[in-house]
Design a protein around this ligand. Sequence first.
Ligand SMILES: Nc1ncnc2c1ncn2[C@@H]1O[C@H](COP(=O)(O)OP(=O)(O)O)[C@@H](O)[C@H]1O
Ligand SMILES: [Mg+2]
Length: 302
Amino acid sequence: MNHFPCDLTHSTLPAVTQAISPDRSANDSGGGAPPALVARGVGLSFAGLRALDDLAFEIPAGGTSAVIGPNGAGKTTLFNCISGLYGYEGELTLHGRPLGRLRPHQRARRGISRTFQTPALLDVESALQNVALGAVAHSRVGVVNSMLSTRRRRREERETLERAYALLQRLGIAALASRPVAGLAHGDRRRVEVARALLSSPSLLMLDEPAAGLGAEEAQDLLAEVEAYAGSDTTVLLVEHDVALVMSVARRVVVLDSGRLLAIGTPDEVRADPRVVEAYLGAEDADGPAPERLHASTGDAL
Ligand SMILES: Nc1ncnc2c1ncn2[C@@H]1O[C@H](COP(=O)(O)OP(=O)(O)O)[C@@H](O)[C@H]1O
Ligand SMILES: [Mg+2]
């Protein structure tokens, strides 16, 4: 039986929720816009272990959606498939265009950006340089071009550094811009990584447990800042253990369990889904009706 690490309370609704339009359900495609992401038959095995199995779901364009599930459910593996680090069965379609077998840098050019469960930063480089690296996959200056046009390259570098600095300001850590990231506190390293992922103005921004190691308030602030900065052209896809946080920010929630799609829907739909109730609280049914416990404010950890 699986146990998620916290309750599903409504109690921590951050202001950011109000900015998110309600789920349009069924086809997700209000106004004719295709979903941000469509998965059809997505699967992957590691030496006999079925890490993802026949996943099919849609993530609406705009706002924040989330992927939840217990440790080992396949959340990070799914992100690795979407970003092109892992090959997979089936098809993923981004804003109506199949991703096919595009490599990670090609997917980055299509607008996919991400952070890692453990921040992946260049420790000896400054916070500013780390954020600026977010532009690498998007540079308009090719190799030949860069040899021919030093002036153009310098201008592009300067613009990138200016945008990187503006992002650090936005996330409240501009004072750390010149500091090597090795010496930064965990929460600041997270911010640097999120800033780097935002630099390319992605259409799909995947955050793998961005709140890990942050306090609840700090985590909410970070997500609110990300949504505000990213704007309506960016869809944020969040993997997060703090289910209360997920339920308060997400338009659509994908629930994975042992590599399979357990449930998908709005936070209310997912909360009411008997399979989710069972997966979260099955072993504790003796303590009371599970649906009530899903709404109870029982603290952060089960
Ligand atoms: N590179 C890999 N090689 C072998 N097994 C892996 C690899 N990555 C993940 N797994 C396995 O796939 C399953 C899903 O892992 P993961 O996606 O990291 O789960 P989650 O992020 O939901 O905690 C786990 O059983 C994990 O051990
Ligand atoms: Mg993970």
